[in-house]
Design a protein around this ligand. Structure first.
Ligand SMILES: Nc1c(C(=O)O)ncn1[C@@H]1O[C@H](COP(=O)(O)O)[C@@H](O)[C@H]1O
Length: 162
């Protein structure tokens, strides 16, 4: 069986953030593969991965990169799959560099960009799951249960607050 999601990062140093994407895919029982493939350092491998992504059966790609983060955009350039970009938080510019590199795609190669860092990495997983759930009623039910749990936790915190 093919994996549903490809989780790609520009460097192994991105793993502490991208692990959160994988953790949330695990919580929803989504199959995924994870790879370090840098557009800058491994351009041939990146082209091959993007070009083969559809035929190998992937449905969504989540790509995290920091700084001059061209990886999500270059994947989007080489596949018709939806690509979700995760801007990794950087020490020099707090990830604003990553965010702007990923979000400002020219027309024709969109990247669905989430917020910088850990919350973005987790939301990337949820967004990938929501895309997969379009044709999967069991997954939709799991997402609804997740939202209800979130609602209950928020209500409880409000009650404890007052
Ligand atoms: N932005 C990119 C790309 C790319 O876009 O192809 N390849 C690596 N990187 C980023 O460089 C940062 C530092 O990487 P190192 O820690 O390996 O020096 C990482 O956040 C990575 O995503």
């Amino acid at each position: 069986m093919a994996n549903n999601v490809g989780v790609i990062m520009g460097s192994i140093s991105d793993w502490p953030t991208m692990k959160l994407t994988c953790d949330w895919l695990d919580k929803f029982g989504i199959s995924y593969e994870k790879h370090v493939i840098s557009a800058h350092r491994m351009p041939n491998e990146l082209y091959t991965y993007g070009s083969n992504a559809v035929t190998k059966g992937l449905k969504v790609i989540v790509a995290g990169a920091g700084g001059a983060a061209h990886l999500p955009g270059m994947l989007a350039a080489n596949t018709t799959l939806p690509v979700i970009g995760v801007p990794i938080k950087t020490r020099t510019l707090n990830g604003v560099d990553s965010l702007l590199s990923i979000v400002q795609m020219p027309f024709g190669a969109p990247v669905a960009t989430v917020s910088i860092g850990e919350a973005g990495a987790k939301n990337a997983a949820l967004l990938a799951i929501q895309i997969l759930a379009i044709n999967d009623s069991k997954l939709t039910a799991k997402l609804m249960a997740f939202k209800e749990q979130q609602r209950q936790e928020a209500i409880t915190s409000e009650q404890q607050f007052n």
